[in-house]
Every structure is written in structure tokens, then in C-alpha cells.
Design a protein around this ligand. Structure first.
Ligand SMILES: C[S@@+](CC[C@H](N)C(=O)[O-])C[C@H]1O[C@@H](n2cnc3c(N)ncnc32)[C@H](O)[C@@H]1O
Length: 425
């Protein structure tokens, strides 16, 4: 079988994200399809790594090249970036990184640019110490776009540097242990027997962190549903919703079903309707339910127009609204978010969230519970959204204090939760 050039594949992926606005998680599976595990992992590492440190690599390219590569040669800009990333952040020997990266020009049908790529990378090797110092003196040193930096600094004057620091790290891997098979302690013993190290969480009995992230194929009983990969903060959704077996529950914006399956682990007999607007992602809810041998009604539907897919008189005991959001709480898992989102997206998302929340509210029973959740750290999408809702929706009342989790090293992602109930007023 012909050996693929992994640098060319990575450069094409970066090109699709930065020039065409695609997300890494949507394009990588197809690009990795024909690669073995090791090659696929290297492409993953290069692409996610570049998204983490993009401003630094762009800075070096600006210093090293007089002319920007444009048009049909633009993809070669990203080949150079892939070369720089390997030299700086991987243990690949420099000669191998250089020769494979230069060869990518052949694969991409630009053999005339081999010399340029080679020259830029060699010049970088010579000037690396000075370039590093120069970069540290720039504003870009935070590796975040300035609009987001400003929002974080204004919302969290004390904590923004910790947030940025957490965002720039690789994410921890958390599991949710299905209590119907094992307690987290029992599963930890199983993991240890398989040579995998883990840690329990003091507050959430089903949460377990892997000391080193591992492929799910290595996890005991993964295919039988013994464990699910889910961030620690995301595991609070089911706890706050506190579902009971007799409940009729609407899981709004449910795909890919991480929280649907958690609700059913807690209350296996609850009747759940899981709805999402994205038909491709809805298929993943069904796949996850199948793996966990659970049942729920699954529908494609737009949360802004529930009258199109719900009977007007239907009402639920509990609603989980896991709203579409900026995903600024999960940047360490999806570092491309920093370059795909624009400041202007936030106001649009706030409007969309408000519309879904307002239009779903009539379908909650009096005395019922609605949990509003986002994986955002921006107050506009979170606390201000809820305050605005409470100011107009007179029969809505907050239960307890809303929770704003910030991403933290060795802990959970950034998440927001508000628990609401409906009064008869
Ligand atoms: C944060 S994700 C949901 C994650 C999911 N609850 C889980 O735990 O696996 C937000 C979801 O909102 C969906 N979405 C976006 N706009 C929507 C709309 N107008 N109506 C319904 N779903 C929408 C997206 O397709 C996406 O799947």
C-alpha cells in the first residue's frame, strides 16, 4: 500500500479549517480513514497542536518569509506551519521532520516550492532562540484571538489567566462509569488490572479521570456500555436534573446523546424524547443508545419551533436544554474554536438560546424542572441569559445558585448550569 504523506494530509486539514471555516472534528475522520492508528494519531497531534499555538507559528512565518503564499500555493503556507510545529513541539528527529515536510510539496503537486520550504525551515532552526524571545514580547503570547481575550479579561478580572492557561493545555480524559454494571471503585480496579491508571472524583460518584488519556478500545467493557467518555463538568447535568423513573423528559439539543444516556443510567425507566436540529448528529444519539442498550424516542427538530414536532398539549416533568453556544468552555478539547468563532457570533447565539428557552418553556409542567446548560464561559450566554429570561417569564423561578464552572487543569471543562422551576403564577 502506498505510504501517505502525513504532513500533506495535516496541511490540507489546517487549510480547510482556517481558509474554509470547517471544524477539525468534522473533517479529520475522512482524512484519517485510510491511516493506521499510529499515523492517524500523528495527524491528530499535528492538527490539534497547531490550533493551540497558531499565533506563534504565524508569527514565525511572518518573520521568516518576505512574501505570503497565496492562491493555489496557499496550502504550502500550512505545510511550512506543519514543519515548524514538528520542530518545536514533537520529538520527531529534525532531519525526518524536514524531509517529510519538503516531500509534502511533491504530493501537493508543487515541486517547485520544495526549495522554499526547506530554506524557511532551516532558517528557523538557525534563528529559533531569537525568534522565541521576540514572540514572547507580543500580545499573541496568550494564543487567543484578541476579541476573546478581551471578553475573558472583562468577565474574569482575577481568573482570566488561569482560564487561558487551562485552554492552552491538552484536555484531561474523564469517564462516566455506568453504575448499573460497576461502581467507579470497582471499575478503577478493572482499569488497574488492564494497566490503566485512574483517579476517582470526591463529589461525583460515577466520575473517574484517566491519568493518561487512552483509546476507548483499551477500556474494559466499553462496547458493552460499562463506561462513557464524558467531561467531569458535563456530568453535573444529570445530577441537577435529578430524573426519576416515572418522569417524562425532554432532552432538547441532545446530539450526540452524552447527557441522554446519562439520564437513562440514573433513571432507566424514564420516558425520554431526545431532539436535535442536526440530522447527522441525531444518528449518533441512536448509536450511543444502542451501545448502552437504552431506549428513548429520538427526533430531528428545531428548538425554536417546538410546535412543529410536539403536540401542543404535551408537557414534561423535566427538560434539559443543552443550548447551542460559543463552546468557549471546551477550547482545550476543540482549539480550532478560537479561530472559527467571531465576536459577532456571540450576540447571534444569545438570540438563538433565548428563542429556544422561551419557546420550550410552555412545554414544562407546573412544578417541573428545566435545566439550562451551556459549555460556555461567557456571561452573556449564561447568567445574563437567565437573568433576562427571569425578568420576563414571571412563572419561572431559579432553584439554588447557578453554577459557572471554569476550565481547570486536571478538572472539568467550562460549563454553566441554571436550574429553573415553573410556578402556577
Ligand atoms: C452542546 S451540543 C449538545 C450536546 C448534547 N446535549 C450531549 O450531551 O451530547 C448543542 C446541540 O445543539 C444543537 N442545535 C443547534 N441549534 C439547534 C436548534 N435550533 N434546535 C435544536 N438543536 C439545535 C446542535 O446540533 C448541537 O448538537
Amino acid at each position: 500500500m502506498k505510504k501517505e504523506n502525513l504532513r500533506a494530509i495535516s496541511a490540507q486539514a489546517i487549510y480547510q479549517v482556517l481558509e474554509q471555516g470547517q471544524s477539525l472534528s468534522s473533517i479529520l475522520p475522512a482524512l484519517q480513514k485510510n491511516l493506521d492508528g499510529k499515523d492517524s494519531a500523528l495527524v491528530q497531534e499535528i492538527c490539534f497542536g497547531i490550533m493551540r499555538v497558531l499565533p506563534q507559528l504565524e508569527f514565525f512565518i511572518r518573520q521568516l518569509m518576505d512574501k505570503v503564499l497565496t492562491g493555489k500555493s496557499r496550502v504550502l503556507h500550512y505545510v511550512i506551519m506543519v514543519g515548524l510545529y514538528q520542530l518545536l513541539y514533537t520529538r520527531i528527529p529534525a532531519h525526518a521532520a524536514l524531509s517529510e515536510t519538503v516531500d509534502a510539496a511533491m504530493v501537493l503537486k508543487k515541486p517547485q516550492l520544495k526549495g522554499l520550504i526547506n530554506g524557511v525551515l532551516r532558517q528557523f532552526q538557525r534563528q529559533q532562540p531569537e525568534l522565541m524571545i521576540q514572540f514572547e514580547q507580543t500580545q499573541e503570547y496568550y494564543f487567543h484571538p484578541s476579541w476573546l481575550l478581551k471578553r475573558l479579561q472583562s468577565a474574569y478580572p482575577e481568573q482570566w489567566q488561569d482560564i487561558i492557561n487551562a485552554n492552552n493545555q491538552r484536555p484531561p480524559m474523564w469517564l462516566r462509569i455506568n453504575q448499573q454494571y460497576h461502581s467507579a471503585e470497582q471499575y478503577l480496579t478493572l482499569l488497574t488490572e488492564h494497566g490503566i491508571e485512574g483517579k476517582l472524583h470526591p463529589e461525583l460518584p460515577e466520575a473517574l479521570q484517566l491519568v493518561t488519556p487512552a483509546a476507548v478500545s483499551k477500556l474494559p467493557g466499553f462496547d458493552q456500555g460499562w463506561a462513557t467518555v464524558q467531561d467531569l463538568s458535563a456530568q453535573y447535568a444529570a445530577r441537577l436534573l435529578a430524573p426519576e423513573n416515572s418522569d417524562h423528559i425532554l432532552d432538547m439539543c441532545a446530539a450526540p446523546g452524552g447527557k441522554t444516556t446519562h439520564i437513562l443510567e440514573v433513571a432507566p425507566k424514564a420516558q425520554i424524547l431526545a431532539v436535535d436540529v442536526d440530522s447527522q448528529r441525531v444518528k449518533r444519539i441512536t448509536e450511543n443508545l444502542t451501545r448502552l442498550k437504552q431506549q428513548a424516542e429520538v427526533k430531528v427538530g428545531d428548538g425554536r419551533y417546538p410546535e412543529q414536532w410536539l403536540d401542543q398539549h404535551q408537557q414534561f416533568d423535566r427538560i434539559l436544554l443543552d443550548a447551542p453556544c460559543s463552546a468557549t468552555g471546551v477550547i482545550r478539547r476543540h482549539p480550532d474554536i478560537k479561530w472559527l468563532r467571531r465576536d459577532s457570533d456571540i450576540a447571534e447565539l444569545v438570540t438563538l438560546q433565548a428563542e429556544i428557552l422561551t419557546n420550550i418553556w410552555p412545554y414544562l409542567k407546573t412544578g417541573g424542572i428545566l435545566v439550562y446548560a451551556t459549555c460556555s464561559v461567557l456571561p452573556d450566554e449564561n447568567i445574563r441569559q437567565i437573568e433576562q429570561f427571569l425578568s420576563v417569564q414571571k412563572n419561572a423561578q431559579l432553584i439554588g445558585e447557578p453554577l459557572q464552572f471554569l476550565p481547570a487543569l486536571d478538572s472539568g471543562d467550562g460549563f454553566f448550569y441554571a436550574k429553573l422551576t415553573k410556578n402556577s403564577a
